[in-house]
Ligand binder design. Structure first.
Ligand code: AMP
Ligand code: GLY
Length: 422
C-alpha cells in the first residue's frame, strides 16, 4: 500500500514510525514531514493545509490511503478532498471535524445527547459575554470557539480576569476569526485524562488512556501550551471509569454525530476532567493527541495501517490490537520562550546518543535539517519518549535521554508523570 501521511509534528513522526512497521506498507510519503519522518519515507514539500495540493499529489502518485494528523487540514475538509478524487482517507469529514474546530458545535452535540460536560453559554457579542461573566460569582473558563493551537482557553478564578480574557479574544482578536465566538463555561475541578478511540462511523475501539500536561510550568503553572509531556496509561482511569466514559461519552457522541448527519470516522479524542461528580468532557479533538500519541503508539502492538484501513472500510469490529503492559512517558523539549516568542535555528546535539538508549524514541516535532545539523524550527522541538517497567522507570529513562540532548535555550518540564506517581 502507498500511504500519504499529512502533518509535520511529533505526532506525525510517531505515526510514521508505527506505520513503517506494517507488512502492508510499500511506501510512505509525508507532507510536509520533518527530519524525523524522513527516516521512514519521502518527505514531500506540500503544506499540510494545502488541501487541493495534497489531493492532487495523492491522485498523481496513486496513493491508497491518506492519513491526516493535524486538526487544521481536517477542519479545512482534507478528507472530503481526498474522497472526492477516490482516495481513502483516515479522519473525519470537514463537517464532522467541527466537533473540535467549533467548540459551540461540540457543546450543542453534547447538550442534544446528554453528554456530561461543564454548563456553558455561547456568545458572539463581547458586551453580552461581559454581562454574563459579571453576573457570575464562580470561577469560569473562557474559550475561543475556533482552532487556536491549544492556547485559546483561559481558566479564570476572578470575573475581572475572565472579562479581560473575553476582551482579548473577541475585541483585540488575539486568535483572529477563531475568537469571533466565545464559549464561557463553569470551571471544573479534578484530574484530566485523554481518552482516544478509533471510530469507523459505528464501531468504537478505545485505546489505552493517557494524560497530557498543558501548562508550561512545573506543577501545572503558567500559560497553556500545545502539551509539554504525556504518559500512558493514566492509572486514575480504572477499567470501571473507562467503561463509564465509553458508555456516557463515546457511544452517545458517535450516535449523536450520526443523527446530526455528520457521521464520525477516524480518531475521536475526549479530553476529560474526572470530577467528584463523575467524568466530564472538557473538549473533543478529532485526531490523535500531540504528545499523547508518542507514548500511546510506543505501547501499541499490532498493525496501525491495518486498523486505519479497517476504520475507512467500516470494519473496525474485526480488528485486534494488543498493548505493551509497560507504561511510557514522553517529555517535550521546547524552545526557550515558548508558548510566547522564541528563536529558531539552534543546533541540537546528542540526538543519536539519546536515541540509542534501550526502549527510547526521540520523536522530532519542530526541527529542520541545516547541512549536517538538525536545528530547532518550532516551539515544541522534540518528544523524548521511553518505555519502562513502571511509570517511575519510564520517567527516569525519558529524562536520562533528555539530559543527553542539548540546544540553546532548551526548556522542559521536570515533573512529567509525577501525578501518576502520587
Ligand atoms: P481545552 O483545549 O478545551 O481542553 O482546554 C485546555 C485546558 O484548559 C484543559 O486541558 C484544562 O486544563 C483547562 N480547561 C478547559 N476547560 C476547563 C474547565 N471547564 N474547567 C477547568 N479547566 C478547564
Ligand atoms: N495534547 C492535546 C492535543 O493534542 O490537543
Amino acid at each position: 500500500m502507498k500511504v500519504l501521511l499529512v502533518g509535520g509534528g511529533g505526532r506525525e513522526h510517531a505515526l510514521a514510525w508505527k506505520l513503517s512497521q506494517s507488512d502492508k506498507l510499500d511506501h510512505l510519503y509525508i507532507a510536509p514531514g520533518n527530519p524525523g519522518t524522513a527516516d521512514y519515507g519521502t518527505n514531500v514539500d506540500i503544506a499540510d493545509t494545502d488541501v487541493a495540493g495534497l489531493a492532487a499529489f495523492a491522485q498523481a502518485r496513486k496513493i491508497d490511503l491518506a492519513v491526516i494528523g493535524p486538526e487544521d487540514p481536517l477542519a479545512a475538509g482534507a478528507v472530503d478532498a481526498f474522497e472526492a478524487v477516490g482516495i481513502r482517507a483516515f479522519g473525519p469529514s470537514g463537517a464532522a471535524a467541527q466537533l473540535e474546530a467549533d467548540k459551540a458545535f461540540a457543546k450543542q452535540i453534547m447538550r442534544a445527547n446528554s453528554i456530561p460536560t461543564a454548563e456553558s453559554r455561547t456568545f458572539t457579542s463581547f458586551e453580552d459575554a461581559k454581562a454574563y461573566i459579571a453576573s457570575r460569582d464562580e470561577a469560569v473558563v473562557v474559550k475561543a470557539a475556533g482552532l487556536a493551537k491549544g492556547k485559546g482557553v483561559f481558566v479564570c478564578d476572578e470575573p475581572s480576569e475572565a472579562i479581560l480574557a473575553a476582551e482579548r479574544i473577541m475585541v483585540d482578536g488575539m486568535f483572529g476569526d477563531a475568537g469571533k465566538t466565545v464559549v464561557v463555561e463553569d470551571k471544573l475541578l479534578g484530574q484530566e485524562a485523554s481518552i482516544l478511540a478509533f471510530v469507523d462511523g459505528r464501531n468504537i475501539y478505545v485505546m489505552e488512556s493517557a494524560q497530557d500536561h498543558k501548562p508550561i510550568g512545573d506543577g501545572d503553572t503558567g500559560d497553556n501550551t500545545g502539551g509539554m509531556g504525556a504518559y500512558s496509561p493514566a492509572p486514575i482511569v480504572t477499567d470501571k471509569l473507562m467503561a463509564q466514559i465509553v458508555r456516557e461519552v463515546l457511544v452517545p457522541t458517535v450516535d449523536g454525530m450520526n443523527r446530526n448527519d455528520t457521521p464520525y470516522k477516524g480518531v475521536l479524542y475526549a479530553g476529560m476532567m474526572l470530577t467528584q461528580g463523575g467524568p466530564r468532557v472538557l473538549e473533543f479533538n478529532v485526531r490523535f493527541g500531540d504528545p499523547e500519541t508518542q507514548p500511546i503508539l510506543m505501547r501499541m502492538k499490532g498493525d496501525l495501517l491495518e486498523v486505519m484501513w479497517a476504520v475507512c472500510e467500516g470494519k473496525l469490529d474485526r480488528v485486534n490490537l494488543a498493548w505493551d503492559k509497560r507504561p511510557a512517558v514522553c517529555v517535550v523539549m521546547a524552545s526557550g520562550g515558548y508558548p510566547g516568542a522564541y528563536e529558531k535555528g539552534k543546533v541540537i546535539r546528542g540526538l543519536d546518543e539519546a536515541g540509542k538508549l534501550k526502549d527510547v524514541m526521540v520523536f522530532h516535532a519542530g526541527t529542520a535539517r541545516n547541512g549536517d545539523d538538525i536545528v530547532t524550527n518550532g516551539g515544541r522541538v522534540l518528544g523524548v519518549t521511553a518505555l519502562g517497567e513502571t511509570i517511575a522507570a519510564a520517567k527516569a529513562s525519558a529524562y536520562e535521554a533528555v539530559d543527553m540532548i542539548s540546544f540553546d535555550g532548551a526548556y522542559c518540564r521536570r515533573d512529567i508523570a509525577d501525578k501518576a506517581l502520587k
